[in-house]
Design a protein around this ligand. Structure first.
Ligand SMILES: NC(=O)c1ccc[n+]([C@@H]2O[C@H](COP(=O)([O-])OP(=O)(O)OC[C@H]3O[C@@H](n4cnc5c(N)ncnc54)[C@H](O)[C@@H]3O)[C@@H](O)[C@H]2O)c1
Length: 257
């Protein structure tokens, strides 16, 4: 018997990285999984790796129509939805503000912030109707304390926490909890690209870039997608029934200073 037996979870950006770590942890706990990713080819492959029922649905979080189609596909596949994990995100192209373009700002905000809004909006009526549900948003440690050279990314991750705390109030009367996870540093495709770009910008090596991040983690190791997934599985379970409007660090004790 798993904590999440009989539950249905939708994970945006679930094809790889942190999203897939969430899929693995939720599937291991008994949930049926909908991998909702713009990369549906990888989504199909990842769905086959999970221990329980799973389907992949192509979903672009930037589109309201795609969110509606995802909601309908979830019902066709599993007949209900209990858990939404808003994880899909893009990384920043680091630059000082005077070199930041409007296009870069919009590119990041469209996926990370607006995408969270659009996908959530499509699923909330179902959660209200059944008087239960879990929404878990993936923010970041930079959505707590900021970080230089990545203004749109930081703004998007603070926005995600703002939506989390707002919806926690709004949906509490319907027994729907809304929480955020703030991952630290992971060696995913997203963060590897950022480390490379920082190295170019600052004329250092990628090894020095990784060491910069590692040196600020008291536990002196990077986090894994499964670490984030285990927090998501807890927040999705009945054990977390009285937790809402909270943001949780999974960051090895990250310190900026
Ligand atoms: N990697 C880190 O160190 C780190 C730290 C803190 C927070 N995060 C956040 O965690 C989340 C996942 O990051 P990751 O490192 O696993 O990234 P990743 O690049 O490994 O995976 C991101 C996934 O999101 C999907 N995606 C991208 N744009 C999409 C869109 N428009 N619609 C649907 N899916 C889309 C991609 O296809 C990919 O499968 C992001 O929100 C990121 O900001 C990452």
């Amino acid at each position: 018997m798993g904590d999440l037996d009989g539950r249905v979870a939708v994970v945006t950006g679930g094809a790889r990285g942190i999203g897939f770590g969430c899929c693995e942890a939720l599937s291991a706990a008994g949930a049926s999984i909908v991998i909702a990713d713009v990369d549906s080819d990888q989504g199909e492959l990842s769905a086959k790796e999970l221990p329980g029922p799973a389907v992949a649905v192509r979903h672009d979080v930037r589109s309201a129509d795609s969110a509606t189609a995802l909601r309908n596909a979830t019902h066709e596949a599993f007949g209900r939805v209990d858990i939404l994990i808003n994880n899909a995100g893009v990384g920043p192209h680091p630059a000082p503000i005077q070199d930041l373009t409007e296009d870069e700002y919009d590119r990041v905000m469209d996926v990370n912030a607006r995408g969270t809004f659009l996908t959530t909006r499509a699923f909330v009526p179902d959660l209200i109707a059944q008087s239960s549900g879990r929404i878990i948003n993936v923010s970041s440690i930079v959505g707590q304390r900021g970080f230089g050279m990545v203004l749109p990314y930081v703004a998007s991750k603070f926005a995600v926490r703002g939506m989390t705390h707002t919806l926690a109030f709004e949906l509490a009367p319907h027994n729907v909890t809304v929480n955020a996870i703030m991952p630290g540093i992971l060696e995913t495709d997203l963060h590897s690209a950022v480390v490379g770009q920082f190295a170019t910008l600052q004329e250092t090596t990628e090894e020095e870039g990784w060491e910069f991040f590692r040196s600020r983690i008291p536990l002196a190791r990077f986090q894994t997608p499964r670490d984030i997934g285990e927090m998501a599985a807890f927040l999705a379970s009945d054990r977390a029934q009285n937790i809402t409007g909270a943001s949780f660090n999974v960051d090895g004790g990250w310190q900026m200073a």
